[in-house]
Ligand binder design. Structure first.
Ligand code: SAM
Length: 307
């Protein structure tokens, strides 16, 4: 009899995966943690019952999160990763030769330990890179207290519940904005316009209150509900859609390994939003989450399954 893993339904959607092997489980101070070998994604990290990342598809999420903002910055030296305990974002940051300091602030040490033990390919030695530092702390508290300034801040967090709820608050984004060096920019995973439209709109709305320039962008993450995923970049000075393509191409060719999602054309195309996503975005300027009727009239493709 096959055993299956499924996340709680998002907007009536539920994807499930055949379990090939259960490798590890613990309840940490912050969340439940499992390592499962799933048919398709391969060895996978699951936190609080939601699939975070896996050996076979981690690049579909980490490349858009990391390389779109890093290539949008002309010369990133100091990068902060909030969350990211699997080490994937950190590894991708360190591919950039211009980076001489990469600090990861992760609240749960168990995530790092389990990821390094069962999914070492995802961090790929990043934690022993002399440019890298791992700090176990709440990212919201760290940014509220630090005097350090960063060229790029990446928030690679779990969904905005539990310890991650603080990471889309106005206070956190204000601290992050203050933590950027001149010409700096911030990027965050912002959920799915399809399966999590209200969380997505809340994150974009919070960015609009914190930054002058806010640019959502899209990609495809096969293991996430409805697969269409989003990230958002905020900055007071840098428009990530305006860049020198020759410079990006030269820097891309200088990376120590080829990327599997990111291309210079994607630096512009990722920000080209489908018409219904643009219509939904108009709902991000409100105090209240949109109702199902408002999502439906804005063109959400699956309104019938929204609570
Ligand atoms: N990189 C994965 C992916 O591909 O989606 C998922 C992100 S990573 C596993 C999410 C991390 O955010 C978790 O390790 C979680 O412990 C961490 N986290 C949640 N809230 C946090 C906070 N307030 N400060 C620092 N880390 C936090």
């Amino acid at each position: 009899m096959d055993e299956w893993f499924a996340e709680p339904p998002f907007a009536g959607l539920q994807q499930r995966y055949r379990i090939l092997e259960r490798l590890y489980a613990e309840t940490t101070r912050w969340q439940s943690l499992e390592i499962l070998d799933l048919e398709g994604p391969g060895r996978s990290l699951i936190l609080a019952g939601t699939l975070q990342t896996s050996l076979n598809e981690e690049f579909t999420y980490h490349e858009p999160l990391v390389h779109v903002p890093l290539f949008a910055h002309p010369n990133p030296h100091r990068v902060l990763v909030v969350g990211g305990g699997d080490g994937g974002a950190l590894r991708h940051v360190l591919l950039h030769p211009s980076v001489d300091r990469a600090l990861e602030v992760e609240i749960d040490p168990s995530v790092v330990e389990a990821s390094r033990r069962f999914l070492p390919e995802i961090s790929g030695g990043a934690y022993t890179d002399p440019r890298a530092e791992l700090k176990i702390d709440d990212g919201a508290r760290f940014l509220a207290e630090t005097d350090e300034r960063f060229d790029v801040i990446l928030v690679d967090s779990t969904d905005p519940v539990g310890p991650a709820a603080a990471l889309i608050s106005d206070g956190f984004l204000h601290s992050a904005s203050r933590g950027l060096a001149p010409g700096g920019l911030m990027a965050m995973q912002s959920g799915s316009p399809i399966s999590q439209p209200r969380e997505w709109l809340a994150t974009v709305g919070a960015f609009k209150r914190a930054f002058r320039i806010v640019k959502p962008y899209l990609g495809y993450v096969p293991i996430y509900p409805a697969m269409l995923w989003s990230w958002v970049i905020g900055s007071d000075e840098v428009d990530p859609t305006r860049f020198d393509e020759v410079s990006v191409r030269t820097r891309l060719e200088g990376l120590p390994e080829p990327l599997r999602v990111y291309t210079p054309a994607m630096q512009r195309a990722a920000f080209a939003l489908p018409r219904f996503v643009q219509s939904l975005l108009e709902l991000s300027d409100r105090d209240q989450p949109p109702t199902r009727a408002e999502l439906r009239s804005a063109g959400h493709p699956l309104p019938g399954v929204l609570d």
